[in-house]
Design a protein around this ligand. Sequence first.
Ligand SMILES: [Fe+2]
Length: 326
Amino acid sequence: MSERTERSEGREAMPGRHGMTTIDPGLTAEEEALLPSDEDVRHYAEHGWYLSKKLLTDDEVDELVAATDSYYAGERDRRLPVRPPKLAYWEPARGDVQRHNDYVHHEHDGIARILRKPLIGAVAARLARAVEIRIFQSTLIWKPPIAGEPSNIVPWHFDKHYWASSSSENMLTAFIPFHDCGEEMGTITMVDGSHRWREIGADDTVVRHFADRDRDQLEAMLAENAAYNGATIRKIPMVIPKGHMSFHHCRTYHGSGANVSGRPRRAISLHLQDGDNAWREYPLSDGTLAAYNHDVLVRRTHEGRPDYADPDYCPVIWRDRAQQGG
Ligand SMILES: [Fe+2]
């Protein structure tokens, strides 16, 4: 039995500025059995995606549903002090379009409690071969059950395009639906192995969010990149049972289609960074520097740079004590 199988051992308190104390209890033996195997980690390295085992209990998923219901009803434990320039922040006045709300792990403690589950971080650490995993962003998503709703279609893109100011090439995202999620709901769909493609004509307009871009242009960009790499586009819809989640690498092309299920598709995209990630200076062709919404929110490092390890916005959810020898 490893040192991390008993919750009573080696507890580590990590108090945050908001008075929330996070305990990193390690994993139970049952949870260790839910980690990706060596073969799963090899699969992720080759294909750029991984469908997890059941990482959340039914009770935890039900808690997420209740917590996000209260979020949509207006409940917040705190609010962002300023509104960053590219913030996704659906409000009821926008109507029945696809809803995206960033920073839910910061604004709502009931949501954060589930998203910070150490097991999620431990799975991400295995996949990314990282010692530490921090939250980078969390986006609450609601795809209304309206077959022809154009905002429900998420065109092909990869997340690193929005994260040019991050130094890491190993960031990854967990897509966490609150129910069984299949093709009829417009589940997330991966372009198999595309994280290993070299990018043709890397045009830094791609740093703009997909919502601001022409959809045909993005479809054409995918086809051009596949051809450049001599690759066939293989689209894999993630069929995700309740409590399971799909992980994808930050360079894996993905998108999603219409929701024709008759039920809302509810989920959180939990974007994760490995411990080494930090802000970097990344000049764009127009002379400005790549930026992320964090840059107007997080504390500064001693060099005056945005600190992507600020525990108020980017809390640690997993630190492998075995690898640290601690
Ligand atoms: Fe994405």
